[in-house]
Design a protein around this ligand. Sequence first.
Ligand code: SAM
Length: 262
Amino acid sequence: MKPGESNKALFALEYLVAVAGAAYLFAFGWTSRRHRGFIQSIARYVGFAPRDVPPELPIRSLPEVLPETFTQQIVEQSFATGNVSPLELCVLNELVREHAPAAVLELGTFDGRTTLNLAANTPPETKIWTLDLPAADVQKTRFALATGDRSYVVKDRSGARFENRPESAKIVQLHGDTATFDFSPWFGKIDFVFIDASHGYDYVLNDSRIALKLLRNGKGVIVWHDYGGWPGVTAALNHLRREPDFRDVVHIEGTTLALRIR
Ligand SMILES: C[S@@+](CC[C@H](N)C(=O)[O-])C[C@H]1O[C@@H](n2cnc3c(N)ncnc32)[C@H](O)[C@@H]1O
């Protein structure tokens, strides 16, 4: 047998099974909710990008997920387009106050306003890693970025708001594409993940699955930004909530934050 021949035989078999599976899926399988989600994924994989994706996650009010009284420090209040809203910043600050994570990983640094606030509201020994796509790599991403992502990627530097701040001693800036970055040194070592990088559908699926691997013993907090705001984020979380690992994700009322606590 020549090299590569066995791979060709395997691919031929997979091709036939996939054709038979697709025939079943499109003829009868669409009647199941899980299969409908898969059909939607295929449509998005080949470039379909709906403009309005209605949120489907169950809504929880603020008092259902946080204490009635907030006891936090807000730093660098001023809002820049690309940041979380003032209320979302308060929610994130209070979540880390409540859960006191030893290790935090943020996907998507931008100017570092949220990173800085997470640093200001976590215990002194907490370590925070934040990953951002270098501007020079904006054309080289593994998956398609969402329309509109580019303006947040192309900037002079990431994390400008925490530069020269005392809180920055807790923060480590990482650079790379969330789809190709080697997260393995952090697997099983993170207590709080904030997902706010690319808003593309494939990226949100990718980043969410990475977040699961990052959590320590599968336990901890995952927060997504822009649910209900960006179609790719909304569609990806609507899809993921059909899977057991994400079935308890909720949408925090009055915000575009989605939350999973285990
Ligand atoms: C909306 S901004 C993040 C805002 C920030 N988390 C905050 O709360 O202020 C999105 C960030 O994700 C980064 N980003 C976009 N695509 C990425 C990718 N594939 N990998 C890593 N970072 C990415 C962009 O460079 C940008 O800084």
